[in-house]
Design a protein around this ligand. Structure first.
Ligand code: ATP
Ligand code: MG
Length: 383
């Protein structure tokens, strides 16, 4: 094969903004594949990756199948706009495959070619039958030969490899993620990347009892950086706030107030980063803090919208996605828990906002505590 044609679906519907999305996708593919391919550029309603003489198909496929914005892609042979050349390459390609029935599916992205799709299907069908002694089966063929006629080239291929679809990272606004070491929040981040957002990560941890957790968080962010190209991670120590919560808040409500503080910290970082929404890995009912009543109390602490793309998913669905995007293995690595020691065995599941606010009001110097922990935070860049 000499190139990969990358097709996008949703970008095609973006009207006058189409070329902005196409350019972004093409740039992202160039950055993620690096020197694994010879050249990447925007073509005629596709992105083209020219392959080196030697290339690692498994590695390239694994990367491309996770790039947001890619609907599907195909390893192809490129030919001239010439029916004799198209016939020759079709035979060369199918000659290497084992099959008895086939179908030709031609698509003209540029309609100026002298023959229309139906005519090309018929010409090639007849030619393949005669030369390779195979049968046409339009309903259930063993193999399908795709012929894509564009303005300057024709691309011929037999396999379409599915991508994740959606929009290229960088085509929507940046967003900030409350990243725990668990399975959910990395998947929630990925879903936002798939909607074109670049995600900035914030992990909040207890520096005294959670030594070692940061290498796990680094690994998660590294895996997610393969998808979004570059990442920024804030790690914010939380032990001083925890001490204050243990003193002032009854154990039943600690988790809720603890998460309200996390959200306030993230809001402050969002302000600094000029980010206008945050994302969490919450899913209704998954743990006590995620009942609708409790989520209402937690999200109330945020000035910016809190997006929770996993809100209606089941854990198995999230695990499946985590395995697909490669974060599952990092997420299941054991790490010291930061808060189970301070949470009640039967935590509040139907918190009332007025009660939560009343308890929270008893905590002195809230703003100062938040400011101090942000001052102690560390920033890391990944690319
Ligand atoms: P995950 O939900 O990512 O699997 P988890 O199950 O350990 O992790 P939950 O108790 O479900 O975490 O927390 C709900 C959400 O709160 C997380 O998805 C994440 O967005 C946020 N969160 C929890 N812990 C932290 C933390 N230490 N730092 C930043 N955000 C956190
Ligand atoms: Mg969770």
């Amino acid at each position: 094969m000499d190139c990969i044609v990358v097709h996008y679906s949703e970008i095609g519907t973006k009207g006058r903004n189409k070329s902005f999305f196409e350019k972004q996708l093409s740039e992202n593919i160039k950055k993620t594949l690096g020197n694994k391919v010879k050249k990447v550029y925007k073509g005629y309603s596709y992105v083209l990756c020219e392959l080196n003489k030697e290339y690692n198909e498994t590695e390239i496929t694994l990367i491309l199948s996770k790039v947001p914005g890619v609907a599907y892609f195909s390893y192809c042979i490129r030919t001239k706009l010439d029916i004799e050349e198209i016939k020759r390459v079709s035979i060369e390609m199918l000659g290497k495959e084992k099959f008895s029935s086939f179908k030709v599916s031609c698509k003209r992205s540029d309609k100026r070619f002298e023959k229309n799709s139906k005519e090309i299907n018929e010409i090639l069908g007849e030619f393949i039958c005669e030369n390779l002694k195979k049968n046409v089966n339009l309903k259930n063929p063993d193999i399908e030969l795709f012929v894509n006629v564009c303005n300057k080239d024709v691309f011929i291929y037999t396999k379409k490899i599915k991508g994740v679809g959606g929009l290229p990272v960088g085509s929507s606004a940046r967003i900030i993620c409350s990243l725990s070491g668990g399975i959910d929040s990395p998947v929630a981040s990925f879903l936002m990347m798939k909607r074109g957002c670049e995600v900035v990560f914030v992990h909040i941890y207890n520096k005294t009892i959670q030594q070692g957790v940061l290498s796990k968080i680094d690994n998660l962010v590294k895996t997610l950086t393969k998808i979004q190209i570059k990442s920024k991670l804030y790690t914010v120590p939380f032990e001083d706030i925890q001490k204050e919560l243990i003193k002032t808040v009854n154990s039943e409500c600690r988790m809720i107030i603890y998460r309200r503080f996390m959200i306030k910290i993230i809001n402050e970082i969002a302000k600094k980063e000029k980010i206008k929404a945050m994302v969490t890995g919450d899913s209704v009912g998954q743990v006590a803090s995620q009942t609708i009543e409790n989520l209402r109390c937690i999200y109330d602490a945020s000035e910016i919208p809190v997006l929770a793309p996993l809100i209606g998913t089941n854990k198995e669905e999230v695990i499946d996605l985590a395995k697909k995007i490669g974060t599952y293995e990092d997420s299941i690595q054991p790490y010291p828990d930061c808060c189970s020691f301070m949470i009640a065995k039967s935590p509040e599941t139907k918190a009332r906002l007025e009660t939560i606010k009343r308890i929270e009001d008893k905590i002195k110097n809230k703003e100062e505590l938040i400011e101090k922990s942000i001052l102690k935070s560390e920033i890391k860049e990944f690319c």
